[in-house]
Write a protein that binds this ligand. Structure first.
Ligand code: DGL
Length: 271
């Protein structure tokens, strides 16, 4: 048994798709969430910058004595290999759990990946998928605008502009005949209902945040690191800039008002 919190981070609101899964799958766990709202988006930045941000995010979470850190960010998970190695505690990214789920879901071996520029250009999902079967084909599409849509709460089913943008990003994947799409950025599960409608019921969507949390659950079980049964998990949120919309959009995404639990904390630029 280990009653320390799980550290979770992302550039902004995307990682809340993982928080949503933790609330459901690991209700006894305490969470420290860090959203780097000062520096979102990460996905259009260079490898060097993403490495630096990831290292600082991990250092920030380490002050809370976390038992495990989850990079609930496809961009960090794909690009920041060195930062991941520096973490003192078990460190989980979203790429390999998502790929495992996609490899199980696909029937025709054609897998689409929607992600940020940095994620798609890194080829991380593609490399990981090839480990399952060299015959699997991946088709990546950079979808940076979807990050802004989520950060601005343009996620409603009836938002025709959001729908048109999604259609445009999906078109090359659907024309290749993919039967599975990895939502390779944790912001994208927040748009899953529209993506599913536009992709069609025959396409399986993989929620990276949820798959990573399933992996975390398995690690905690195997290593006997779960929180005490009966403990009701608490979440503390830290953001690096006082954005007014964080609490408002988080309420839409999580269905609960988190404003009492959010603290503004500037991120150290030292490292
Ligand atoms: N949610 C992140 C990801 O999974 C980051 C998006 C961004 O900041 O560009 O890639």
């Amino acid at each position: 048994m280990d009653n320390r919190p799980i550290g979770v981070f992302d550039s902004g609101l995307g990682g809340l798709s993982a928080v949503r899964a933790i609330l459901k799958l690991l209700p006894n766990e305490d969470i420290i969430y860090f959203g780097d709202t000062q520096r979102v988006p990460y996905g259009s930045r260079s490898e060097k910058t993403i490495e630096q941000y990831a290292r600082q995010d991990i250092e920030f979470l380490e002050q809370f004595d976390c038992k495990l850190i989850l990079a609930a960010c496809g961009t960090v998970s794909s690009v920041a290999k060195n930062a991941a190695k520096c973490a003192k505690e078990p460190f989980i990214g979203v790429v390999s759990p998502a790929v495992k789920a996609a490899a199980e879901a696909t029937k025709n071996g054609k897998i689409g990946v929607m992600g940020t520029w940095a994620t798609i250009n890194s080829g991380a999902y593609d490399r990981e998928i090839k480990k399952y079967s060299p015959g699997y084909k991946t088709f990546g599409v950079c979808c940076p605008v979807l990050v802004s849509l989520v950060e601005n709460n343009w996620i409603d089913d009836d938002d025709s502009i959001t729908r048109e943008i999604i259609k445009r990003y999906l078109a090359p994947l659907l024309s290749e005949g993919v039967d599975t799409i990895i939502l390779g950025c944790t912001h994208f599960p927040h748009l899953a209902p529209i993506i599913q409608q536009e992709a069609g019921a025959g396409v399986s969507l993989i929620d990276t945040g949820r798959e990573a949390v399933l992996e975390v659950k398995e690690i905690l079980r195997r290593q006997k690191m779960e929180n005490s049964a009966g403990h009701s998990g608490k979440i503390r949120y830290y953001i690096s800039d006082k954005t007014q919309n964080f609490c408002m959009i988080a309420k839409t995404l999580l269905g609960v008002d988190i404003s009492e639990n959010v603290t503004f904390r500037e991120i150290s630029e030292k490292s």
